[in-house]
Write a protein that binds this ligand. Structure first.
Ligand code: ZN
Length: 189
């Protein structure tokens, strides 16, 4: 069989997002103790900042007018699609492992934003948040740590998929079979 790099389309990503923003989203809200917080959810294509696309932003929490909480979370389907295709296309022939990786990245983005909701519930303000650079921001670090932790609980396939994303490593012919094998392990347990 020919080896064809995997590719997901924006529409498929939007569909997975819609699905995951139901039950999965609720389960994480409950787990983080933010059941009582209300905000709206939106799916956009990519973030625009000063007229330029910010393609690295997968999702954004929009502050309320007082800057004390989140009014709306927007997930950027085109940016998420790019990321999935960039990091996971080498899980070739669009096999189940590729689609699972796509879902994991989307879940990671959802948990990340919900950790921010929790941070604001616990008293963080946007004023404080903005004062620290993104790469050194402790609230960003926490959001990534909690998201990685929760994803890891589902098995080592998830851990590897998130490592690729966070460490900026690549899936290659050397580690591909190992990573796909982890998914099979998950399913057998
Ligand atoms: Zn964040």
């Amino acid at each position: 069989m020919a080896i064809i790099p995997s590719k997901i389309e924006v529409e498929e990503v939007s569909n997975i997002l819609l699905e995951e923003l139901n039950v999965f989203h609720s389960s994480i809200k409950e787990r983080l103790g933010i059941d009582d917080i209300t905000y709206s959810l939106e799916i956009g294509t990519f973030k625009v900042c000063n007229g330029y696309p910010e393609e690295n932003t997968l999702a954004s929490s929009v502050p309320n007018s007082e800057g004390t909480g989140v009014e709306k979370i927007i997930f950027f389907s085109a940016s998420i699609t790019d990321k999935i295709n960039r990091y996971y296309s080498k899980i070739y022939n669009k096999q189940p492992a590729f689609m699972e990786a796509a879902k994991i990245l989307i879940r990671f983005a959802i948990i990340h934003e919900l950790v921010h909701i929790k941070q604001f519930k616990n008293g963080l303000t946007f004023e404080q948040y903005k004062q620290i650079d993104y790469t050194e921001n402790p609230w960003e670090r926490e959001a990534n740590e909690v998201a990685s932790e929760i994803i890891s609980e589902t098995g080592s396939f998830g851990t590897e998929i998130i490592n690729v994303l966070r460490e900026n490593t690549v899936i290659s012919s050397d580690n591909l079979n190992y990573i796909i094998g982890l998914l099979d392990d998950n399913e057998n347990n």
